[in-house]
Design a protein around this ligand. Structure first.
Ligand code: ATP
Ligand code: MG
Length: 568
């Protein structure tokens, strides 16, 4: 490709709404343009990256035994009514009518359509298992589209769905996909972690998110360097502490203290000179309409996804101020577990607490030396606090490492949720009719592109991993007016192209500094700079990532690049 002919509109400035590096750089380097909120044009450079990402995904999915299909993105309402998701999916799903006044949606995901296909065609266990995938557009009317391609309204997803006769076979395929995803992201040259993830209302333990490690990631994860445990903080578990022996012997009498206007944990801590670790935080939630109190150690936060898992299948939300006062008869900010009329669930972090501070149940007062068991009843100890870096690994006890990450893929064992609701049945070996066991496996193709930039960039621009770079090499003649320089550059360009490299030549009649800036911004991994050295038979090779330059003989360019690109 010739830069002079290419549609690569680079820019000096990034748009005002771009908050994170990938969004800024993909716009500045001419990979994407915004059409409207959450809607983007993908320009030629972007399309080259997307095709490479898709190619790796296709090769690995095919290798894993999955088969590609192409499903419509316009879905009839009937299928979504059958699964029960037409109303549940909510405002994220865009809905519209056709000319006959029939309801449709634009696909946010495709469980219904694929289940409909399979239920009509598959009858026997002999035709199972089956894993079908597609790479196509998805539409989600996100409440807050942002960060460019990261959270768009229209995006490209690879979605796969598998169908099985037995649970064991569904689990075998789950791990097959786990391995496949690991290979996919490894081949893309990304630093990632597969983490245990929340399974929502379906439950069970078969859900992993693949997270690209990046400081700007919306997700948080913890992992153990010793035993390999890794989980999203929406899922990460705490080891259950044991109840301190003879704790009763330590108990002191409850003492009421005046704490005027002191409400928040930090304020109480400062006022009383007691660390947050020894103050009880008490929150009120409404679970399917019923109030419950949730206690957690003062320096900890309740992770709502974990709380929802405890009360799975029920609607869980924080109580409003009005509800708190109505259900507890106590003022917010001074809630006491003692004499509380609603059940108290306590996080594991409360188990070792002795003689702690809690609200007194009346305005401007707290209690010291409160003890669970003696002063109030804990209905159940539950694991709902958010796990953090430094906390003990639930599997081996070693301290966990905390990182931020971008969810680029998700694998999930669905079980029979859709097959039961939609009657996707098969006949087993004994002639019995049963619902198929399903799994689903997604990769955010466009999000991968953004995540790759988020992880790999510097102040000068993008640094593509070579496997998904739009071009592997850029040849930069510093002055196209100089015949010798131009001819050598053209020769190298042809030679590399001939050898199968994805190569761009910056044949524009522009200053060298201008070309170097663009090359760095676009992020092509290797730059061949053709300048004055040609007189001595030399060109310069610059590696984008390290900035390292080396002079090489013109005749060795191909050989050197072959060793570099295959090496990666
Ligand atoms: P998130 O929690 O980020 O909203 P999700 O759980 O809704 O993601 P899935 O339904 O599992 O996502 O979709 C599969 C993949 O599609 C995700 O792992 C992610 O990479 C990608 N994806 C989801 N929503 C978007 C979006 N709005 N823009 C770009 N990619 C997305
Ligand atoms: Mg989502």
């Amino acid at each position: 490709m010739r830069f002079s002919r290419a549609f690569i509109p680079t820019k000096k400035e990034s748009p005002a709404d771009a908050e994170i590096p990938s969004h800024k750089l993909l716009i500045r380097a001419g990979f994407i343009r915004k059409v409207a909120s959450g809607l983007y044009d993908i320009l030629p450079l972007g399309a080259l990256v997307i095709r490479k990402i898709e190619r790796i995904i296709r090769e690995e999915m095919d290798r894993a035994g999955a088969q590609e299909v192409i499903l419509p993105i316009m879905h009839p309402a009937e299928l979504w009514l059958e699964s029960g998701r037409w109303d549940v999916y909510g405002k994220e799903m865009i809905k519209f009518k056709d000319r006959h006044e029939r309801d449709y949606s634009l696909a946010p995901t495709a469980e219904e359509v694929i289940t409909d296909l399979v239920r009509k065609e598959i009858r026997s266990y002999k035709d199972l298992p089956l894993n079908l995938y597609q790479i196509g557009r998805k539409f989600r009317d996100e409440i807050r589209p942002r960060f460019g391609l990261m959270r768009a309204r229209e995006f490209i997803m690879k979605d796969a769905y598998s169908f099985h006769a037995t649970d064991e076979d569904a689990e075998r395929e789950y791990w097959n996909m786990y391995e496949t995803y690991s290979r996919i992201f490894r081949r893309m040259g990304l630093e990632f972690k597969a983490v245990e993830a929340d399974t929502g209302e379906i439950g069970g333990k078969f859900s992993h998110e693949f997270m690209v490690i990046a400081d700007t990631g919306e997700g948080k994860l913890v992992y153990c360097e010793k035993c390999g445990y890794a989980a999203s903080t929406e899922k990460a578990e705490q080891p259950k502490p044991s109840v301190p022996e003879n704790r009763e012997e330590l108990f002191k009498p409850v003492e009421k203290v005046h704490t005027p206007n002191v409400k928040r944990i930090e304020e109480v801590s400062e006022f009383l000179g007691i660390p947050p670790e020894n103050i009880l935080k008490l929150l009120v939630y409404i679970v399917d309409g019923q109030p419950v109190a949730v206690a957690v150690r003062g320096d900890r936060e309740v992770e709502e996804t974990k709380l929802k898992q405890v009360f799975r299948g029920k609607e869980v939300r924080l109580a409003t101020d009005e509800e708190i006062e109505r259900f507890t008869g106590q003022p917010k900010g001074f809630l006491s577990p003692i004499g509380l009329k609603i059940p108290v669930y306590a996080d594991y972090s409360v188990i070792p607490m002795v003689n702690f501070v809690a609200g007194a149940g009346e305005k401007d007062y707290h209690l010291k030396n409160v003890n669970w068991g003696r002063d109030f009843e804990v209905k159940e100890f539950i694991d709902v606090a958010e796990v953090r870096g430094g906390d003990p690994c639930p599997k081996c006890g070693a301290p966990l490492v905390e990182k931020r990450g971008i969810e680029v893929g998700h694998i999930f064992k669905l079980g029979t949720k859709y097959s039961e609701a939609m009657g996707a049945l098969f006949v087993d070996e004994n002639g019995q009719e049963k619902p198929m066991i399903m799994g689903c496996y997604g990769i955010g193709v466009t999000r991968v592109m953004a995540a790759a930039v988020e992880q790999n960039h510097d102040e000068n621009g993008i640094i593509w991993p070579v496997e998904i770079a739009p071009f592997e090499v850029i040849v930069i003649p510093v002055n196209v007016k100089n015949d010798e320089i131009r001819e050598v550059a053209e020769k190298i360009y042809e030679e590399l192209k001939e050898a199968g490299f994805d190569v761009l030549i910056d044949d524009r009649n522009a200053r060298p500094g201008f070309k170097f800036k663009d090359a760095d911004l676009i992020g092509i991994p290797y730059q061949i700079i053709v300048g004055k050295g040609v007189k001595d038979g030399l060109v310069e090779l610059k590696e984008r990532k390290t900035g390292e330059r080396q002079e090489i003989a013109i005749g060795r360019v191909l050989e050197v690049l072959k060793s570099l690109v295959s090496k990666n």
